[in-house]
Design a protein around this ligand. Sequence first.
Ligand SMILES: [Zn+2]
Length: 368
Amino acid sequence: MKWQWKLGRFAGIDVYVHATFLLLIGWVGYSHWLEHHNWGEVLNGVLFILALFLCVVLHEYGHALTARKYGIKTRDITLYPIGGVARLERIPEKPIEELWVAVMGPAVNVIIAAVLFAYLFATNGLVPLTDLTVASGSFIERLMTVNISLVLFNLLPAFPMDGGRVLRAILAMRMDHVRATQVAANIGQGLAFVLGFIGLFNNPFLLFIAFFVWIGASQEASMVQMRNSIGGIPVTRAMLTDFKTLSPQDKLAQVVALILAGSQHDFPVVDAHGRVAGILDRDTFIKALTQHGQSASVMDFIRPNVPEVDSSDMIDTAVMRLQESNSKTLPVVHGGQLVGLITAENITEYLMIRSALQASGKVPNPIG
Ligand SMILES: [Zn+2]
């Protein structure tokens, strides 16, 4: 179980809510009850949180729809108690594109706040901000204030906040991507340290955010370094070329023989024209064998439409596809014909061998 539920699909993107979000709703309802002992207030508090998270979802769509303009798909949007996450398939390579994708999230909250302000202004509904608290004051005005806080918070120049990406994008216009990420991550961690220090004496919530920023910054830096070290290496250097395939007519009995005879876990099923019909992985195979016995057909249990990696692709593309597809093995094809298999394990092996050979110094950059 993934502990999340689908709320719906809007503009072609699935929106999920994480189970822990319900804890937040429960906590808000409960604290309102403790304070007011009134169901109306409880409802009011819960509605406010829901309205706030609607603004968060719109913020994520700001990122997702801008990314789409640059040809980048969004896998899904998930709501957590600490905010929303739009999982983009990749981060735009061009700094100016990353800048726009990062900025358009907070821009949505600026627009929402401006619309709410215009409404309050037109209806003479504005009260001085000093009379306003998180728990009291007009619903609309609180929502406006909270949108402004969202903008300020998100523009903190630290990963994983949008401001961190804005900073990296601006730096990347002057230096290379890896260096820009490193500098942005350092600034983010410096900021996290200051936040944590202030939080230590004033606000435990700041400590939590500082921790979150610290982790986010180092993750971003190591991910970019990893991508950089494997970028530019063709996938054919790291693929498995010694492997067995199945044909669509095969029964599970053939798989039993192959699995026992070798060390291969996942088997591509290849048709008479050399095209990949799908992949049978070991877990599915064991389950199928338990339930249906050796005479069942492999075609009933394959995972069809697995994404293929082209033989001209680079390793970083293969890593991305492996992550996206949740499949342990992907076929590598050349002109539609299967020429190899790529797995995370094999990529790791390749990188280990490569760095060992480079460290030995005898062969300069021997296989990469
Ligand atoms: Zn954002």
